[in-house]
Every structure is written in structure tokens, then in C-alpha cells.
Design a protein around this ligand. Structure first.
Ligand code: ADE
Length: 233
């Protein structure tokens, strides 16, 4: 998968060199490029923002640097005769990110993340991008971050680990939280007793049917207790 990130804080993304995603990049499973939005400004101060029309607090990101940055990414994509990418703008005003959205996005050839700062990006950037590619505004949750960078990182991690080959043992993706709409069951390893706490005896029984039933019951109980909204779905 090809991933492009547009941001005014490229250094934010140096952590994508480490861990599973870092390895996936080394192996060529993920081809990731970070673009500095300020490289697409042409004034001495490398300005990317301005005051909002209509008034109000904060600053809005100007459309011109965004237009040029996106054009350059789309041009490179078209030069390879590739299908247009999906462009994602992280925003608290977007649709909610979820495991099923991560699964959808994990099969795309190219994702472009546009990280807004301040009070957001001029709406015409989204309108223009929508004429050239599929555009999605995506929110990580009902809270406000300072910008799209952390949200982008979270989405790339959730999507990247679903790309075949990124996670060593694909079975570990099957039984985790949200893979079946439920939270995952609690896990235990050795020793069988620790500081007076015991591993549930059924897990030591060797009875695979009983273990599967216990785990499913734990999933239901946990989901009912902390995320009843998931059961309603
Ligand atoms: N940018 C600011 N807040 C955000 C959120 N909750 N999700 C995605 N992007 C954001």
C-alpha cells in the first residue's frame, strides 16, 4: 500500500520507522511518504493559515498550499496510471473511525492523509479534492485533538496491521476486540497462580469446547458491561 501524509509537522511521523509498521516499510509492504505542507508555500514566512471569513476565533488553513500539495500527489499517482487514491481528512466533524472502516481502507492501493491544524482547512480544499478522488472526513472519536496528526497515526496503525504480511501471525487478527463486533476475552499466561490470583481453571482443562464457550461468555459479559452500545448494533 502507498500512504502519503500532508502535514506541517513531518517530524511527528518519525515513529512510523519503528515496530511492526517500520518493518512493513522495510519489507516494502507499506510505501510511506510524508510531505511538508510548507514546501507548497511561496512567501517568505511560509504561511499556511489566515483569519476566517465571517469572523470567529482561531485560524483557518488557506487552500493554495493544500491544492498544490494534493495536485503533486495526484499527479504522481496518475503518472503511474494508477486508480485515484482515497483522501482522508481527519476531523472531529467526520464520520466515526471503526474497525470495519479500517478493513475497508486496508484493501485500497493508496491512501492520502491531510492533517489539518488550527480551526480546520478551507472547505474548498475538500470540495476540490472530491472532484479528483474519493474523499472521507474521519473522526477518531467525540473529542478534539490539536490537529490531524495523532488521528492519522492511529488510523495508519489500525489499517496497516490489516495488510497481509504486516502482522506475523494472521490468526491474532481473528480473535481480537471488534473483529466480531464484541470486545475480546481476557488473556492469561504462566504462571498459573500469581500473587494469589489464579488463572480460570477452565483454561487449564484442555477441553477446547469448554474453553471456546467460556471465552465467548466472557466476551458477551464484558461487552454488556462496558459497551452495551455494541450489542445493540
Ligand atoms: N482532529 C481534531 N480532532 C480530531 C478527532 N477527534 N478525530 C480526527 N481528527 C481530529
Amino acid at each position: 500500500m502507498r500512504i502519503d501524509i500532508v502535514t506541517i509537522f513531518p517530524e511527528f511521523f518519525s515513529v512510523l520507522d519503528v515496530s511492526l509498521l517500520g518493518k512493513a516499510r522495510q519489507n516494502g509492504l507499506i510505501d510511506l511518504a510524508v510531505h511538508d505542507l510548507r514546501d507548497y508555500t511561496y512567501d517568505r514566512h511560509r504561511t499556511v493559515d489566515d483569519t476566517p471569513y465571517g469572523g470567529g476565533a482561531g485560524m483557518v488553513m488557506r487552500p493554495e498550499p493544500w491544492g498544490d500539495a494534493l495536485d503533486s500527489i495526484l499527479y504522481a499517482s496518475e503518472a503511474q496510471h494508477a486508480a485515484p487514491p482515497v483522501i482522508i481528512f481527519p476531523s472531529p466533524a467526520g464520520e466515526l473511525f471503526s474497525q470495519s472502516m479500517a478493513r475497508e481502507l486496508a484493501v485500497e492501493r493508496q491512501l492520502v492523509f491531510g492533517c489539518g491544524r488550527y480551526e480546520g482547512i478551507d472547505q474548498r480544499v475538500v470540495d476540490y479534492a472530491s472532484t479528483r478522488a474519493t474523499v472521507r472526513l474521519v473522526s477518531l472519536g467525540d473529542y478534539v485533538l490539536n490537529g490531524g496528526e495523532v488521528a492519522t497515526m492511529a488510523m495508519i496503525e489500525a489499517i496497516g496491521r490489516l495488510i497481509p504480511g504486516v502482522v506475523g501471525n494472521p490468526e491474532s487478527l481473528v480473535e481480537e476486540s471488534h473483529s466480531d463486533g464484541l470486545l475480546e476475552y481476557p488473556s492469561y499466561t504462566k504462571p498459573a497462580e500469581w500473587r494469589g490470583f489464579e488463572v480460570p481453571p477452565v483454561l487449564l482443562s484442555g477441553n477446547h469446547g469448554a474453553i471456546a464457550a467460556w471465552r465467548h461468555e466472557q466476551q458477551l459479559e464484558r461487552t454488556r458491561r462496558v459497551r452495551p452500545d455494541l450489542l445493540a448494533e
